[in-house]
Design a protein around this ligand. Structure first.
Ligand code: ADP
Length: 490
């Protein structure tokens, strides 16, 4: 259940909302409490002023033997309010007069006032108030306690203290009501919000569910199918588009792999068929001369060598694709390596009476994988010899420009038709199979240039066909001086 994003979103949403509501309630409660308290203190202070004004007015009118007591009782009678208790104390804290007003008590037992004014809590309040002109405090008693206010005054030259107690019961009742209201409003709000939240989460995640089931149906057999994009601009639309682009790339790579497999098996079929045919012929004849056996073995050896080359090339490309080919770079001189390769290729060139020249180059230090560079140069030289008619010319050059070397191999060969030039670096591509050296002659499988380009790129360089027309072709490999450093062979 918690594994569903819908449920988790709803729970988070509900949790946050509940927290916000509870915090809101606490703040409201505290603000309300503070405001009620301030208003109550204000009222008590005003009431005390009015009470004392009445006492003074009554004193002026009095001619009785104890005018003060009469004046105070008149003031108590005049300012008689529900939930209020008045007490007048003399300088020694002795109770001189008090109201007889009952205030709500926790039990039906009455009266509350006498016990209230004799309680320890009241006495403590009086003693705390004794040093101040005016003093606010709390007195225990009744249902919810009292807010107490003491004010000092003088009458007929004697100091007195007026204490007014106001029951906190009405305030508690009000706060209880507020709490009760919140107690049912908060759960209802949370319930409604969680229902709404779940509905919204469900609605907004519905496209994801649809996408997931669509994606679940896509496999190798229908890799061309794509997710439906409802709104290209929103996040889910972007997700669907990214997923579709991923499928494009996968389909492309899948197609490439399929083509590669088909081409590879096709290329392997010919030498295997020759091997099988030749060995069957050799075995079927009862009596053969040693010379005939030697010829058969020669054919078998030739095809086996060709097969080995193709398999090695395929292996190299597969490892390169998988990013498993790690370069073994070291410091070497490129001019020396080229000279060695030219020397190795010379025998082949001489067989076709092709002049193969390398004018040499200044010292060309490079940090690179020697065996891979050798393989690339031999591939290019081999091609140049292969596609140059007898008596032609091949010129090899090496020059430095900036931070890279440009190694060029120019021939006076048959050239490559312009429309085929962009494809010659593709795997298994041969511009014209008829023109290529025949397969039975041990010819390449169209992998040489693909591998050579990969070698140049693995060295953070590039291999380009810089010229090709009826007068011949030039291939140029650009290699950075520190080709082998921090380069990836994948
Ligand atoms: P292959 O094993 O067939 O030589 P490559 O990948 O080395 O495969 O070359 C791909 C194709 O590019 C060749 O079949 C050939 O048609 C063309 N090609 C390569 N080098 C030359 C060249 N120097 N002159 C003319 N054509 C070339």
């Amino acid at each position: 259940m918690l594994d569903s994003i819908r449920t988790r979103l709803t729970l988070w949403y509900t949790g946050v909302l509940a927290l916000v509501l509870v915090v809101l309630f606490v703040i409201t409660y505290l603000v309300f409490l503070g405001s009620v308290q301030r208003r109550m203190d204000n009222d008590l202070s005003e009431l005390s002023k009015a009470f004392l004004a009445t006492v003074r007015a009554e004193l002026e009118d009095q001619s009785a033997p104890d005018p003060f007591t009469v004046a105070v009782e008149a003031a108590i009678a005049e300012h008689h309010f529900r939930d209020h208790v008045y007490a007048i104390l003399d300088a020694n804290g002795k109770l001189i007069a008090r109201s007889t007003e009952d205030v709500p008590t926790s039990s039906k037992k009455r009266p509350d006032s006498p016990t209230l004014l004799e309680s320890a809590s009241f006495e403590q309040f009086v003693s705390s108030a004794s040093s101040a002109e005016q003093f606010f405090g709390m007195v225990q008693g009744g249902r919810s306690g009292y807010r107490a206010f003491a004010r000092r005054f003088t009458a007929q030259g004697n100091p007195y203290t007026l204490v007014i107690l106001r029951s906190l019961h009405p305030r508690s009742e009000m706060l209880e009501e507020v709490t009760e209201t919140f107690a049912w409003v908060i759960p209802i709000a949370i319930l409604l919000a969680s229902g709404g939240g779940y509905f919204l989460a469900r609605k907004s995640l519905a496209p994801v569910v649809a996408m997931s089931s669509q994606a679940g149906r896509i496999g190798a057999a229908n890799l061309h199918e794509r997710l439906a994009v409802q709104n290209e601009k929103d996040e889910l639309g972007q997700l669907a588009r990214s997923f579709n682009r991923l499928l494009d790339r996968l389909a492309e790579s899948f197609d490439r792999q399929c083509r590669f497999m088909a081409d590879a098996s096709h290329e392997l079929r010919t030498p295997v068929a020759i091997l099988r045919g030749e060995s069957e012929v050799a075995l079927s004849q009862q009596a053969r001369s040693a010379e005939e056996y030697r010829e058969s073995l020669d054919v078998l050896h030739h095809e086996a060598a060709r097969l080995t080359r193709i398999v090695e090339d395929l292996f190299t490309l597969t490892r390169a694709d998988a990013g498993q080919y790690s370069l073994q770079p070291r410091d070497l001189y490129l001019d020396e390596l080229i000279a060695e390769c030219v020397h190795s290729a010379r025998t082949l060139a001489q067989a076709k009476k092709i002049s193969l020249t390398f004018d040499g180059a200044p010292e060309s230090p490079i940090h690179a994988d020697e065996s891979l560079l050798r393989r690339m140069l031999l591939n290019l030289l081999d091609n140049a010899i292969k596609y140059t008619p007898d008596g032609g010319r091949i010129t090899v050059g090496c020059r430095r420009s900036g931070q890279e070397y440009a190694v060029s191999i120019a021939d006076t060969g048959i050239g490559i038709p312009a429309e085929l030039q962009p494809r010659i670096f593709e795997r298994f591509f041969r511009a014209d199979k008829a023109r290529s050296r025949s397969e039975s002659d041990g010819g390449g499988a169209g992998l040489g240039l693909a591998i050579s380009r990969w070698i140049a790129e693995a060295h953070r360089g590039r291999l380009e066909l810089t010229r090709s027309d009826s007068t011949g072709s030039t291939f140029t490999a650009y290699l950075p001086l520190d080709s082998g450093r921090s380069s990836s062979a994948g």
